[in-house]
Design a protein around this ligand. Structure first.
Ligand code: NAD
Ligand code: DAU
Length: 353
C-alpha cells in the first residue's frame, strides 16, 4: 500500500483532496497531517474518517523534529503539501505568521523528505517519490491588460505578504529539485469556491451575511477581478498532476471564469433571494462599500492551456451551477457555519469590518 502524506487536509481545499484520494485510491493509505488552526476542521471529513485507508495525524509543519520523526517512522511515497496560512487580509495584519508556516513550514517538510528519501535522491533516475507543492496564482502579481493571462513562464511578482510567502516556498521547492534532486511538482491555482470554504473569504462571507441580513462588505469599488474554480475541479486537477505531471514542472490551474467582485456579489444576492424566498433586491440592499484592501491586486487570470493539452484536465462546472451548489451546501449545513463563526471568528470579524 502506497503511503501518501497530505498536509492541510482539514482545511478547505485539503479536505476535498483527502476525500478524493481516500475514495479513488483504496490501494493508497492517506495520512492527513494538520495542526487544526482556526482554518482546520475535522467536521469537513466526517464521511471518510472511518475509512480503512485514512489516518489523521495532528501535527505542526513548523515543528521540524516532529516532521523528521514522522518521516522516519512512515515510508511516504508522496507528499501533497497544502498546509498554509491562506488568507491575504490576515497576512496584512500578521505577515510573520505567514513566513513561519508557509516558508519555514515548507522548508521543514522538504528537509524531512530529503532525509527520509536520501537513498532515492542519491540516484535521480531511481527515485519513485514525489513532493507536490500546491500553490497560488497570486505569486505572479496582478494583471492590468485584459488580454493578458498568467502562464507557467510568467515572472514572479508577489505583492502581498501572503503571496510573497507562497512565492518564497515555491522557490524553495524548485531549489530543492535543482540542488538535492528532490522530485517535485508545483501547481498554481486561481480562486477556489465551494463547500467547506471558511467564511473569512469573499464567497462564504457573503453567503453567511446574506443569510443573517448583515452588511455585505465590498472592498473599494468592487472592480477587482478574480478567476473562480469549483474546489472539486481543483482536487481533480491535483489528482491528475500528482499521477501524470512531469517531475520538476509547474502547472497552472484555473477556471477561465473571471468575475468582477461586485458582479459576483450581485449574482450571489440574486441566487440567495430566490432560494430564501425573499423579495428580489433584499440581499442587494445590504451591499456596503468599505475601505479597500491595502495593495489590493486588480486582476488575476490563469491560462491553463498546458494542463488541458498535456494532461487533458478541464473545469467541469459552469460558474452559476457551481455557485448554486455552493449556496445549497451552506443552506443545508448551517450547523457547520454556526460552529466556525462562533468563538474567535466574532473577534476577527469585528476587527476587520
Ligand atoms: P485553508 O486556510 O482553508 O486550510 C489550511 C489548512 O492548513 C488548515 O486545515 C490548517 O489547519 C492547516 N495548517 C495551517 N498551518 C499549519 C501548520 N503550521 N501545520 C499543519 N497544518 C497547518 O486553506 P485553503 O484555502 O484550503 O488552501 C490550501 C492550500 O491551497 C494553501 O497552500 C493555499 O495557498 C493554496 N491555494 C488556495 C487557493 C484558494 O482559493 N483557497 C487557491 C490556490 C492555492
Ligand atoms: O488567487 C488564489 C487565492 O485566492 C488563494 O491563493 C488565497 O488563498 C485565497 O484566499 C484567494 O485570495 P483572494 O484574496 O483573491 O480571496 P478573498 O476571498 O479574500 O477575496 C476575493 C476578492 O474579494 C478580493 O478581490 C478581495 C475581495 N473581498 C474580499 C472579502 C473577504 C471583498 O471585497 N470583501 C470581502 O469581505
Amino acid at each position: 500500500m502506497k503511503k501518501i502524506l497530505i498536509t492541510g487536509g482539514a482545511g478547505f481545499i485539503g479536505s476535498h483532496v483527502v476525500r478524493r484520494f481516500v475514495n479513488q485510491y483504496p490501494d493508497y493509505h492517506i495520512y492527513n497531517l494538520d495542526a487544526l488552526t482556526y482554518a482546520g476542521n475535522l467536521e469537513n471529513l466526517r464521511d471518510v474518517e472511518d475509512a480503512a485507508n485514512y489516518t489523521f495525524v495532528k501535527g505542526d509543519i513548523t515543528d521540524a523534529v516532529f516532521l523528521d520523526e514522522l518521516f522516519a517512522n512512515t515510508d511516504f511515497y508522496g507528499v501533497v503539501h497544502l498546509a498554509a496560512e491562506s488568507h491575504v487580509d490576515r497576512s496584512i495584519s500578521d505577515p510573520l505568521a505567514f513566513v513561519v508556516t508557509n516558508v519555514i513550514g515548507t522548508v521543514n517538510l522538504l528537509n524531512a523528505a530529503r532525509k527520509a528519501w536520501k537513498d532515492d535522491l542519491a540516484n535521480r533516475g531511481a527515485t519513485n517519490r514525489l513532493f507536490y507543492h500546491v500553490s497560488t496564482d497570486e505569486v505572479y502579481g496582478e494583471l492590468h491588460d485584459p488580454n493578458e493571462f498568467f502562464l507557467e513562464t510568467t515572472s514572479y511578482d508577489p505583492r502581498s505578504p501572503y503571496s510573497a510567502s507562497k512565492a518564497s516556498s515555491d522557490h524553495f521547492v524548485r531549489a530543492y529539485h535543482n540542488t538535492y534532486k528532490m522530485p517535485v511538482v508545483i501547481s498554481n491555482c486561481s480562486n477556489n469556491y465551494g463547500p467547506n470554504h471558511f467564511p473569512e473569504k469573499l464567497i462564504p462571507l457573503m453567503i453567511h451575511n446574506i443569510m443573517q441580513k448583515k452588511p455585505l462588505p465590498v472592498y473599494g469599488k468592487g472592480e477587482n477581478v478574480r478567476d473562480w474554480l469549483y474546489v472539486e475541479d481543483h482536487a481533480r486537477a491535483i489528482d491528475t498532476i500528482f499521477h501524470r505531471g512531469k517531475v520538476g514542472e509547474t502547472y497552472n490551474i484555473g477556471g477561465h471564469n473571471e468575475w468582477k467582485n461586485l458582479d459576483l456579489v450581485l449574482l450571489l444576492c440574486k441566487i440567495m433571494d430566490d432560494k430564501l424566498g425573499r423579495e428580489p433586491g433584499t440581499a442587494e440592499s445590504l451591499i456596503t462599500y468599505v475601505t479597500d484592501r491595502a495593495g489590493h491586486d486588480l486582476r488575476y487570470a490563469i491560462d491553463a492551456t498546458r494542463l488541458k493539452t498535456e494532461l487533458g484536465w478541464e473545469p467541469s462546472l459552469q460558474f452559476e451551477e457551481g455557485l448554486e451548489k455552493t449556496v445549497d451546501w451552506y443552506l443545508e449545513n448551517q450547523a457547520w457555519l454556526d460552529n466556525v463563526t462562533s468563538g474567535n471568528y466574532k473577534k476577527y470579524y469585528e476587527e476587520m469590518y
